[in-house]
Write a protein that binds this ligand. Structure first.
Ligand code: HEC
Ligand code: HEC
Length: 367
């Protein structure tokens, strides 16, 4: 009954709208009322027109992953795996240890602490919006999230579980057998590392941060950015930051040498890590890294693949000298940093999953 009333209400207001349009239409040619310019939507400001050619809005819903449909059961399994420290040899480290969703999808460490307190050599990038990166890792060695997810569990300095141990561990937890069966119906033995990777990927694809002030601006809300943030956006475009940081993730779409114009120095660019070269063995890729996303950048300090710079203003200054060959003024750095503050979106609300309990026969943690 209520629904019907609502339908009628909606229908009649639509009819009214149509009716109004018709009236206006029939009056066409008779100049009545205020001039049309005051009622028409104002043309978007030139800055917005340019910005729309360079950047795309983060959607509210996850993109589909090819060959890996996101059923609710699979996303739920992926979430469990993301938070389950029993995937690590020590049973003490989960994806969430280094990609904490309360900390912008990072660990806020220079380099992450992994198995037996070992430090990796690179800073942990955020998982938020990572689905939109052209490839994963600083050197792009994993094509996508699914391929990436196989890395950390078996990496000796991260979670340090030998490859065969991951499915063994999961099969040893009865609740996982059911969860995998529900997520991968029809598979005789669904508890595999490959399926764990698929489930993790669909969960990660759901970790989006839409609705940043900058996205509201791109959608047409001219007041979503302050005057200072707009100056920063203009500077970002005019100075040429957009050559590398563009597209949906304002980065994540290409590789670039760190130190195009001047070396940032050995602390920021240690000679031992040749970046993309490690993957391609092409000389011109030496010291190239995936251009990082600048979305949620105020949440993800410290910066650069070494994680050695804690102050965003300093990171911006380094970019001016190293990537643009132009020493930025304090005012430019301030404006660019303000613009970067407008790139923080709504953080995903993730309820902690209740994990299936271990039983007496579940493999025990290795020290
Ligand atoms: C011990 C810390 C640690 C753990 C545990 C860990 N990661 Fe990472 N993660 C990192 C580091 C460090 C990198 C960057 C390594 C590189 O580029 O060589 C990274 C990179 C990534 C990336 C690539 C992001 C990008 O933009 O390139 C994704 C996605 C990711 N991890 C997801 C996961 C998932 C899923 C898990 C759990 C299965 C996980 N990580 C466990 C530290 C960790
Ligand atoms: C030639 C390509 C290029 C240009 C131009 C460029 N960047 Fe970068 N930017 C990169 C690369 C590559 C990195 C990663 C460097 C590393 O750690 O290896 C990076 C890193 C950053 C970081 C640190 C991000 C993080 O999560 O660690 C910030 C902030 C940044 N850039 C901002 C800017 C700004 C602002 C400008 C313009 C003043 C700019 N960039 C111009 C390629 C570029």
């Amino acid at each position: 009954m209520k629904c019907l009333a609502l339908t009628i209400l909606v229908a009649s207001s639509l009819a009214l709208a149509a009716c109004e349009r018709q009236t206006t239409g029939s009056d066409a040619g008779t100049p009545v009322g205020p001039p049309a310019t005051t009622t028409a939507t104002p043309a978007p400001e030139p800055l917005l027109v340019t910005a729309r050619q360079l950047f795309t809005v983060i959607p509210d819903t996850p993109p589909e992953l090819p060959g890996n449909a996101a059923t609710p059961e699979k996303v739920a399994l992926g979430k469990m795996l993301y938070f389950d420290p029993r995937l690590a040899a020590s049973h003490a480290i989960s994806c969430s240890s280094c990609h904490n969703l309360g900390l912008g999808g990072t660990d806020n460490e220079e380099t992450s602490i992994g198995h037996r307190w070992q430090r990796g050599t690179r800073n942990a990038p955020t998982v938020l919006n990572a689905v939109f990166n052209t490839a994963q890792f600083w050197d792009g060695r994993a094509a996508d999230l699914e391929a990436q997810a196989g890395g950390p569990m078996v990496n000796p300095v991260e979670m340090a579980s030998p490859e065969v141990h991951v499915p063994e561990q999961l099969r040893g937890i009865p609740g996982y057998r059911d969860a995998f069966a529900r997520a991968f119906p029809g598979e005789a033995d669904a508890v595999t590392l490959a399926n764990a990777q698929k489930a993790l990927a669909v969960f990660e694809a759901s970790l989006l941060t839409p609705n940043a002030p900058f996205d509201r601006y791109l959608k047409g809300d001219a007041s979503a950015l302050s005057a200072h943030e707009k100056t920063g956006l203009s500077t970002f475009i005019d100075k040429g930051c957009i050559r590398c940081h563009n597209g949906i993730n304002i980065g994540g779409g290409m590789y670039a040498k760190f130190g195009v114009f001047a070396s940032p120095g050995a602390a920021l660019l240690p000679p031992g890590d040749k970046g993309r070269f490690t993957v391609t063995k092409v000389d011109s890729d030496a010291y190239s890294f995936k251009v990082p996303t600048l979305r949620n950048i105020t949440l993800t300090a410290p910066y650069f693949h070494t994680g050695t710079v804690w102050d965003l203003r300093q990171a911006v200054a380094v970019m001016g000298d190293a990537q643009l060959g132009s020493t930025l003024t304090d005012a430019e750095i301030d404006a660019l940093t303000a613009f970067m503050g407008s790139l923080t979106g709504t953080q995903p609300v993730v309820t902690l999953p209740i994990l299936p309990p271990s039983v007496a026969t579940t493999p025990r943690p290795a020290p």
